[in-house]
Design a protein around this ligand. Sequence first.
Ligand code: SF4
Ligand code: SF4
Length: 378
Amino acid sequence: MLQLIKLENNNHIFLVNHINEYLNPLYIYIPIFDKTTFKMKDYVYKNTLFGDEVASVSGNILGSKKIIVNKKHIPALKIKNDFKENNISKKRVKKINSKEELIELLNNFNLKDIANIILSKQNIKNFIVSSIDEEIYAINEFIILSNYYNEILDTIEYLLKLFSLDKSLILTKNTNSKSIKNVKSIIGTYPKINISLVPDKYLISRDEFICKYLNISLDETLILKTSEIYKIYKVLLKAKMNTETIITISGDAIEKSLVINTKIGVSLKELLDEFIKFICDDYEVYVNGYLSGIKIENIDEVIITKNTSSIVINKSKKEEESSCINCGACKKICPVNINVKYCYFNKLSHKNCIKCGLCNYVCPARLKLKEIVMSDAK
Ligand code: SF4
Ligand code: SF4
C-alpha cells in the first residue's frame, strides 16, 4: 500500500517567489548521444535539434567537452553564443482540433515527454494540473502557477475543450494557500477550473499518490504539471520551441535560494558563478532532489538540461557509514513496502523501488541503501 510521508522542513532554506533570468549565456553545451560528427567553427542555428537536444542559442562550435548526464559521461558540443537568435526552424502553429493533432504538434516542437503522457491516457475522465514540486527544496511548479496564472488558466481551459471534458482541478500544497491570492481572485472567471489544497507531504506530487489521495483511477486521469502546461501554452500560442527551463537553486550552503529561468545547455558552474553566493567552502551538490536526485562530484561536468528542475547545495555533513543497528526504519518508511535492509545486504535491486531516497534519509547508520535497491529500477 502506498503511504505518504511528512518530512521535517529545513529552517535554513527559504524559498522565494521571484523568477530570475539567465537567457544570454556566453556558451551553451549540447549533449551528443549519437555518432554524428561536427567540425570546429560549424555554425549552429538556434532551435536546431541534435536528436532530442535543442540548440538554445545560435553560434559557432568552439569544441567539445565531457559532461555527465544521469551518471554517464558523454561528449557535448560547446557553442559560443553570437546572440543573433537566428531561427531557421521556426514553425507556424496550425489550428488544433483534436487530441491527436495536439500530440503531433508537441512532438514537432520537441515536447515528446508531454505528448507521451497524453498519448498514454486513452480514456481521460479526470484532468488534474499539479503545482506541487516533488523536491522539498524546490518551488518551480508553484512559482509558475503564481507568476503565469493567466497563461496557465487559459491553456487549461483550451485543453478542456480539446479533450471534451467539463472540469479540471489545480492542486497546490496547503502551505502555499496564502501565496495563491492572485490565482484565487481570478479563478472565478474560469467556471470549469477549481483549485484544491493538498497536505504538504513528500511524494504527493507523483501521479499514483495524487490519484490515491483523490480516490480516482490512475488510468482515467491525465495529470500535467504547471511547467508542462506552460510549455504547451508557449507552443500553442507563441509557436516557441522550448529552449528555456525553470530551476530552483537552494540549500543551506548558499546565501539565498533562487528560482531561475535559464537557457537549456548552460554550464552549472557558470550559472552558480553568476547568481550564487556560498556561505561555506565545504558543500555537496545534488541535481534534481536532495532525496531522490543524484549527488554530483564535479560541478564542472554538469549542464542544465531540459530535465533539470533543481540544484540543492547543502553543507557537507561528512557522515560516515556505520553498522546496521536493525532499527527497521528503512522498511517502515519505504512507501512501496520493500524490505530495504534485506535487499541491501543481499545486493538485490527491487523493481518496485521509486527512487524516493527515504530509506537513506532515515537510516541512522547512513548506509547508501537507495543506491543498491534502485539500481535496476525503472
Ligand atoms: S528509495 Fe526505493 S527502497 Fe528506498 S524508500 Fe524509496 S522506494 Fe523504498
Ligand atoms: S534503517 Fe539502516 S540501521 Fe535501520 S535497519 Fe535499515 S539499514 Fe539497518
